[in-house]
Design a binder for this molecule. Structure first.
Ligand SMILES: C[S@@+](CC[C@H](N)C(=O)[O-])C[C@H]1O[C@@H](n2cnc3c(N)ncnc32)[C@H](O)[C@@H]1O
Length: 234
């Protein structure tokens, strides 16, 4: 989805209220940040839809592994610095006051080993007293296999149906999306499969602590059932 279907990403997630989400994240930053600085890194920023709101308050940099997603973000905000990198081993050569990683992007790391690498790398990119906010995917106990999902776009010149049945193998969820994309020229079928990690909250917090954060999990997050991890670099 983040490469060949990147141009449809914002369409399929048009139900998301990025303004409200960014507002909640900014309020959380304001009540926790003690560095006095304003440099914010959006890790796995995708097409950059939170960035428009963050940049009204912070000096923002975006990172993503997908050149296609970044291309769309750059088009949207030519004044923002973007880097193509893997959040596990990015080396931006400077530190930030705030690092956010939103909309379950962290789950793409799949394993605790990779999560550990990313958290340590996030820590290396943050100043002491800096704020880390991560929106995870669903907890292992709450993820239900065998549920049917559908998202639709219904505009005059673009129709999309994306369906999947949730699957899991232990603590890896498979999101096996079937897409039908219609324009007045053509109707195409695509299959787009992602394996994502179902991370336990206590294990996640333990890894955050080991990476140098005072860690908390806030149940009331941006989307239902996801929550937010909040870390303060110690
Ligand atoms: C669900 S999208 C979220 C994008 C954006 N944060 C948002 O809220 O719309 C997940 C993003 O994570 C990116 N991603 C996946 N693995 C990554 C990695 N290891 N390093 C950096 N970005 C990654 C994908 O390319 C994709 O843009």
């Amino acid at each position: 989805m983040y490469q060949d279907l990147a141009e449809y990403y914002d369409e399929i997630y048009s139900y998301k209220d990025y303004a409200a989400e960014a507002g909640k994240v900014i309020a959380l930053i304001k009540s926790n940040l003690k560095t006095g600085g304003n440099k914010l890194l959006d890790a796995a920023c995708g097409t950059g839809k939170h960035i428009g709101y963050f940049k009204q308050h912070y000096d923002v940099t975006g990172v993503d592994i997908s050149d296609k997603m970044l291309g769309l973000a750059k088009e949207r905000y030519p004044d923002v610095q973007f880097h193509q990198a893997d959040m596990m081993n990015m080396k931006l050569g400077r530190d930030f006051d705030v690092l956010v990683c939103l909309f379950s992007s962290i789950a793409h790391l799949k394993t605790y080993k990779n999560l550990n690498k990313a958290l340590k790398n996030f820590s290396r990119h943050l100043k002491k007293g800096g704020v880390l906010i991560i929106e995870p995917f669903i907890e292992p106990d709450k993820y239900i296999a065998g549920a049917l999902f559908a998202d639709m776009v219904n505009r005059p010149e673009l129709k999309i149906t994306r369906m999947n049945i949730s699957k899991r193998k232990k603590d890896i969820a498979t999101l096996d999306f079937h897409w039908l994309i219609g324009t007045p020229k053509n109707i195409s079928y695509y299959r787009d499969r992602h394996e994502v990690g179902l991370f336990d909250i206590e294990k996640f917090k333990k890894l955050m602590a080991e990476a140098g954060f005072d860690a908390a999990f806030l149940k009331d997050g941006l989307l239902k059932d996801r929550g937010l991890f909040l870390g303060i670099k110690n």
